[in-house]
Design a protein around this ligand. Structure first.
Ligand code: TRP
Length: 433
């Protein structure tokens, strides 16, 4: 059985903060220790160019994010940790996918639509200030995922639509070029992870300018925590945990017992300054050991470069052969090899069964003649196994199985039973040889 492949991209366009850490990095690193899955983590630096056109900042953020993940415990021996721009197969696949993606689908992408809506509301041209990069964002993301045939992609809610698009691209390509080139990836949306409030109580986010950097120095961390908004209750007055940003951040770092103890101290009227001190100490206890490694890596970017390059080599062992296959599938081939290839693949002149999944979630099979003519088309099955069993029966029994399978088939215009029977017999003979 093949292992499940998880893949996650991180756009290097800022400095990681405690919200990124608690909401995404920490759970992802924990999950990556599971031995039964393969993990791909990458820095989506091509994506960063869509939002950020400051080269120094792109480089700086790439360094910071790589150092943060490694310092937080990501093990590059166990996961494939790489940089998007080190995989030339990704932009190449982006183009192949671009050519099988309807423009109308991209028109409906949330991020693009939001920009258009904003322009419409402001009375400006709909595409004002929209780059083609923003428009193409979902295709680049589709290529990130499909180039490694990832099965599961942990993402936030806002990215679910991108996964639907990636599935569309995968099935269009499979369908147009008649093969199972791509697995259909699925979004994994972790509902239970913490979204951390920031200094002002709103969600911690770069765009609100209310973040606490993950690797602030001890002094900065202390100062920032002292700046968290609280109410004006005096020491000795009981305090509410609901709506207390301080309490919620504490909870994201503390054990259940520690959280309960702080809850009681709130009720007993802990002074805000003492609560802040408790929060500072609790966070620092978790971060301090990583901070040392972070500072080391930040001071040795050549080591980061080496780790990422090694990850890129590992990743390309999969991407390069896949792209070779895809290039051939679309007809980009060595011109001298056509005839030889044809002779060698005389077998390919046989009709073929194809099994696939549609957007409705059901599993289908079809029989396609060597010239591409559709000979059989199944109805939807709820399980892939059922489709597989019907194919197996047709392969085993040939035309004799047709009557039994018929109720599971859609009727096709212009295809005679004799034609189908002949194709099935041809297949059966080939398999007996
Ligand atoms: N779009 C993702 C984000 O902004 C980052 C990303 C790029 C990504 N490529 C990806 C995530 C592929 C998962 C898979 O968060």
């Amino acid at each position: 059985m093949s292992t499940t492949r998880f893949l996650t991209g991180i756009t290097p366009s800022g400095t990681p903060h405690l919200g990124n850490y608690a909401g995404m990095m920490r759970p992802a690193i924990e999950a990556s220790r599971n031995k039964n899955v393969e993990n791909f983590y990458f820095l989506a630096d091509y994506h960063a160019l869509i939002k950020c056109q400051d080269p120094e900042r792109v480089q700086r953020s790439t360094i910071e994010i790589a150092a943060s993940w490694l310092a937080a415990g990501l093990d590059p021996e166990h996961v494939t940790f790489y940089r998007q721009s080190d995989i030339p197969e990704i932009p190449e696949l982006t183009w192949f996918l671009t050519c099988v993606t309807g423009k109308g689908i991209l028109n409906r992408a949330h991020a693009y639509k939001a920009s258009v809506d904003k322009n419409n509301a402001a009375g400006t041209e709909p595409d004002d200030g929209v780059t083609a990069g923003l428009f193409m964002y979902p295709v680049l993301m589709g290529a990130d995922i499909l180039v490694f045939n990832a099965n599961k992609v942990p993402v936030g809610r806002d990215q679910v639509q991108h996964l639907e698009m990636a599935r569309d691209m995968a099935s269009s390509f499979n369908h147009i070029y008649g093969g199972e080139y791509f697995a259909l990836p699925e979004a994994v949306v972790e509902e239970s992870v913490a979204t951390l409030p920031g200094l002002d109580g709103r969600k911690m986010s770069k765009s609100y300018n209310n973040t606490i950097p993950l690797f602030a120095t001890r002094e900065q961390l202390k100062k920032l925590i002292n700046g968290i908004t609280t109410d004006s209750r005096a020491p000795g007055e009981p305090k509410e945990v609901e709506g207390s940003a301080l309490f919620q951040i504490y909870q994201a770092f503390a054990s259940a017992e520690e959280t309960e103890a702080l809850r009681q101290q709130y009720a007993a009227g802990i002074a805000w300054s003492d609560a802040k001190q408790a929060l500072f100490e609790r966070i620092d206890r978790e971060i301090a050991p990583m901070r040392e490694r972070y500072e080391y890596l930040m001071a040795h970017p050549a080591e980061l470069e080496e780790i990422l390059q090694a990850g890129g080599i590992k990743a390309r062992k999969l991407a390069t052969p896949l792209l070779q296959q895809l290039r051939s599938a679309v007809g980009i081939r060595n011109l001298a090899q056509t005839n030889k290839a044809k002779a060698k693949t005389a077998k390919a002149a046989l009709p073929q069964f194809k099994q696939y999944r549609e957007a409705d979630g059901q599993f289908y099979f079809k029989l396609v003649a060597a010239d591409g003519q559709l000979l059989l088309q199944s109805q939807g099955f709820t399980a892939p196994k059922e489709a597989g069993q019907s194919i197996a029966q047709l392969q085993r029994e040939g035309a004799a199985a047709l009557e039994a399978i018929k109720p599971r088939l859609q009727s096709l215009d212009g295809i005679s039973d004799a034609q189908v029977a002949q194709a099935l017999e041809q297949l059966r003979e080939a398999s007996e040889q």
